[in-house]
Ligand binder design. Sequence first.
Ligand code: A3D
Length: 311
Amino acid sequence: MGRKKIALIGGGQIGGNLALIAAQKELGDVVIFDIPQSEGMVKGKALDIMQLRPHDGYDSEVTGTSDYNDLTGSDVIIITAGIPRKPGMDREDLMSINLGIMKDVAKNVKKYAPESFVIVISNPLDAMVYAFHKVSGFNKNKVVGMAGALDSGRFRAFIAMETGYSVQDVSCMVLGGHGDSMVPITRLATIGGVPVTDLISAKRLKEIEDRTRFAGGEIVKLFGNGSAFYAPAQCAIEMAEAYLKDKKRVIPCAALCEGEFGINGFFIGVPTVIGAGGIEKIIEFNLTDDEKNALNNTLEAVKKTVGETKL
Ligand code: A3D
């Protein structure tokens, strides 16, 4: 049995970091795929990571390509392909360009790596993962969107920063769409099992929830050109590792709901179990009335974005 194979569709900011972390963790060999115009860039990144090997000691092989044939036999595919919004471009323009890219990617992944577990990161996330699923026809357990892991991680990071306690002991969950309407379930957030609601004032918690909602935008504003890439890459690797090592991790992810939480036919952030079967389960639990309302609200936002795909 050879090594596992991880293919990255899109070798930009997140793609480059995905390649580095996957190699350093020795999750398998890594192929970075990008369009022909960016082939030199991904070949260069691959070579650079190969030259880091002697210093870190990993044996994973990393290659760059613009040939879809090289996806053959991939166990995991992580998609970041797309373009960021440019000045003068509205959301619909971005959606139509990235949707075109995602349809093309989905057809090729279906052709060359039909058995793979697919993690979508491209934005608008809720619509892109939906489009991938529709076009590829993959089973719902093999397609997932990375968003809840990042949004929950941001919430954890901010709570650790607020208290000064180890982030390792902070547990948080953020559900819903990957946008301003996401739903932090603050009621269930704990530090070492102690409810955060007993440790942080309601006013500060509200501010931390709001910072979480707009955390992506905070970084976009600081960069001035581009969006977050270190944490998004690490989150997708966490999901890939859970699949490859059959860890049964419980991670909030954009999974296809078919009745769970009263949601039908949409990918939305819910607590999932990730193991060798992919998305093995969506874990349901009782929500308060306020949380239900917030989830309905975010579902409306997701439906609107998904509606724009006309799929
Ligand atoms: P960027 O550095 O621009 O990389 C995107 C790459 O996609 C570029 O190298 C492009 O050449 C490539 N690409 C374009 N078209 C194709 C194609 N048809 N096939 C293969 N590759 C192609 O962006 P990034 O890495 O910073 O971000 C990637 C995506 O992730 C963007 O859509 C971001 O909005 C999104 N993102 C999502 C989150 C979530 O939490 C969901 C967080 C951060 C970024």
